[in-house]
Design a protein around this ligand. Sequence first.
Ligand code: HEC
Length: 102
Amino acid sequence: MKKKLPLLLLGCMLVVLSGCSRDKYMPEAGATPETIFKEACAKCHSPVNGKVMALSPEIANKEAIIDRIRNGKGLGMPAFPNLMGDSVEGLAQYVLENSTTK
Ligand code: HEC
């Protein structure tokens, strides 16, 4: 029993470091991008002066934002596999329109 603990810890670390944390959030049918953002994103990206985040130049386009939402990044940004199609398109557009660029 005691020997299994280090293995378990290692497993957890691998999951965290490879950035495969996944958020099971599922939007309601017909939810607006604003609602989706409030429900799924605002707990980490809380708006400042009406702007939801400061985008790095390399991610200030719709495709890159969609990719980041679908796949997440690193330790902090979870992947949202349930955001797809129109909901992820609309959300990416919303983020783009309501962000500043670094
Ligand atoms: C658990 C906290 C958390 C949640 C929830 C979250 N994010 Fe993030 N997000 C982060 C962190 C931390 C980063 C920075 C990751 C990095 O660059 O290593 C980030 C980065 C991003 C970036 C890239 C910004 C840049 O300039 O590099 C975008 C776009 C983004 N998030 C959009 C979203 C959207 C849209 C949602 C909701 C569907 C969301 N995030 C939900 C924590 C979160």
